[in-house]
Design a protein around this ligand. Structure first.
Ligand SMILES: Nc1ncnc2c1ncn2[C@@H]1O[C@H](COP(=O)(O)OP(=O)(O)O)[C@@H](O)[C@H]1O
Ligand SMILES: [Mg+2]
Length: 302
């Protein structure tokens, strides 16, 4: 659902590209870390997915949309499908926890009834039930980041991008945040997290995409930050590679409609409005593409 084909991004008045001929595919429902030292292009990768930056060369598909061809008027619809979390939380300081999360729905035009139902559900999901009336300064850093995650996820976007979300947190708190992102991923939302936090990356055994000065230097299944473990196999050289679900003309299940219009079950099985739209258990899963999972991991990790 996120596809980069030979993507190069060179900022104006710079020589070295921030992203240098990057090709990768992040299938729908995946959890992927993007690692690399400061300046390696992690934030740029997030920004081009959001279309906050245009690429210099190459092609990006996000949830079936070719970003290069996406008219400006459709950018808001793209961004509604992508929740974002940042290192510095970016909460509204004079608004309560509830209001910070509710605000994300208000700007989408959600009804008051929907807000009253969804905000408490989401705060409970992130472990903040009972803290609705607090102001951000009355919370720990980890709790503030949970509010930011609730805000990013409250409209159940199919994609969540987190740019160094644990950068300001101590190791124990960081692990809790990554576990929360993992929980969100299990509802079907694709999660991409940029980080250089080796401890959490190694603890999670997820895909690790490594950038070095803009170049994709490794892409490891169930990776270890330092060594990596199982290299991903290139599939595009194989005969009969399956057609990508993200290719134009293949429906990927998303449209420009109201992304808040969920009507399924709660992720805990309770009937309600919490059904994620990122993954539909009955729908065929997109397969293959440029990379596919290593067989040994494929069964255990899905
Ligand atoms: N707005 C910008 N204008 C010019 N150069 C930029 C801009 N943003 C990032 N860069 C440069 O692009 C490279 C990658 O930066 P960035 O994507 O922020 O990396 P990371 O998030 O991994 O630290 C760096 O060399 C950085 O200086
Ligand atoms: Mg960055």
């Amino acid at each position: 659902m996120i596809l980069f084909e030979n993507v190069t991004k060179t900022y104006p008045r710079t020589v070295r590209p921030a992203l240098d001929d990057v090709s990768l595919e992040i299938p729908r429902g995946e959890f992927a870390f993007v690692v690399g030292t400061s300046g390696s292009g992690k934030s740029t990768m997030m920004q081009v997915v959001m279309k906050e930056q245009d690429v210099t060369r190459g092609r990006i598909l996000v949830a079936g949309r070719d970003l290069d061809r996406l008219p400006e008027r459709k950018v808001p619809a793209l961004r509604r499908e992508i929740g974002c979390v940042f290192q510095d939380f970016r909460l509204l300081p004079n608004k309560t926890v509830f209001q910070n999360v509710a605000y994300a729905l208000q700007v989408l035009g959600s009804s008051r009834a929907r807000i009253r139902q969804t905000v408490p559900e989401t705060l409970e999901l992130v472990g903040l039930a009972g803290m609705e009336k607090r102001l951000p300064h009355q919370l720990s850093g980890g709790e503030q980041q949970r509010v930011a995650i609730a805000r990013a996820f409250v409209n159940r976007p199919p994609i969540l991008l987190a740019d160094e979300p644990t950068g300001n947190l101590d190791p124990d708190t960081s692990l809790g945040i990554v576990q929360l992102l993992d929980r969100i991923n299990r509802t079907g939302t694709t999660v991409v997290m940029a980080t250089h936090d080796t401890v959490t990356v190694n603890a999670m055994r997820k895909r690790v995409i490594r950038l070095d000065r803009g170049v994709l230097v490794s892409d490891m299944e169930a990776g270890d930050y330092t060594t990596g473990s199982i290299p991903r196999i290139r599939l595009d050289e194989e005969a009969g590679a399956p057609r990508r679900a993200d290719e134009p003309g293949v429906s990927d299940g998303y449209d420009d409609g109201d992304p808040t219009a969920y009507d399924g079950d709660d992720i805990d099985g309770t009937p309600g409005a919490l059904r994620p739209i990122g993954r539909d258990a009955d729908a065929p899963r997109p397969r293959g593409g440029i990379f596919r999972r290593h067989k040994a991991v494929q069964t255990s990790d899905r």
